[in-house]
Design a protein around this ligand. Structure first.
Ligand code: SF4
Length: 67
């Protein structure tokens, strides 16, 4: 991984790091479906309408009764 600061893309679920010979490229997977998003956004991305934090989906509500 290179020292480039990707900004929001780093924690966005729509990013993909493409390994290059000299450096890595941060690709936006949203670009495949939505022309508003460039395939390789200019970094660092500081503001993005498509940003969605990566991570596991939220836990379903706990329906167990207590007591
Ligand atoms: S949606 Fe925005 S923040 Fe997420 S990977 Fe694409 S450009 Fe980066």
């Amino acid at each position: 991984m290179t020292g480039v600061n990707p900004g929001l893309c780093a924690s966005c679920r729509h990013h993909r790091v493409v390994k290059g010979a000299q450096s890595d490229f941060w690709m936006c997977k949203r670009s495949a479906l939505d022309a508003r998003f460039p395939r390789y956004p200019r970094l660092p991305v500081l503001s993005c309408a498509g940003y969605e934090k990566s991570g596991p989906p939220p836990n379903p509500p706990d329906t167990r009764r207590s007591g």
